[in-house]
Ligand binder design. Sequence first.
Ligand code: ZN
Length: 151
Amino acid sequence: MRRVIVILAVLCVSAAVRFGPLCSGNPTNRRRTSDSWGQGHYGATRDTRVHKGLDIICSDGSTVLAPFDVTLNGKLTVYRDQSKEAINEGINLSGQGLCFKLFYVRPYKTSGSVKKGEQIGTMLPMQTVYPGITSHVHIQMCDRSDPTLYF
Ligand code: ZN
């Protein structure tokens, strides 16, 4: 019985987590649906793999915001491919018991903590690499699970 109660408590805590606005100009976290390059939902098919994140619309050059109080855990490199260098940056974050990554963002700083709604970086020029795509921040959980339930 004790074990059941503990498990229920954990489920309730995680279900309550919701991402606040990630991108200036998109206060409701509107999602990328479908464009000539693909679809933005978790599990969408790609050429040789499966999309393991969720894409939230964000125009090139927009300011990216902390979705809740977060700790900054360093920058990341999205691609090894030099042709995609213009959008090759991102940041590792944690908060609310979640560990996740944001792709295509140039972070203002890479350590310390930031409050919900504060500026954490700039959306990189995705149109220069993927002309016509719905520019977006890609959210990926560290364990590659589905982030959609937090939106
Ligand atoms: Zn994505």
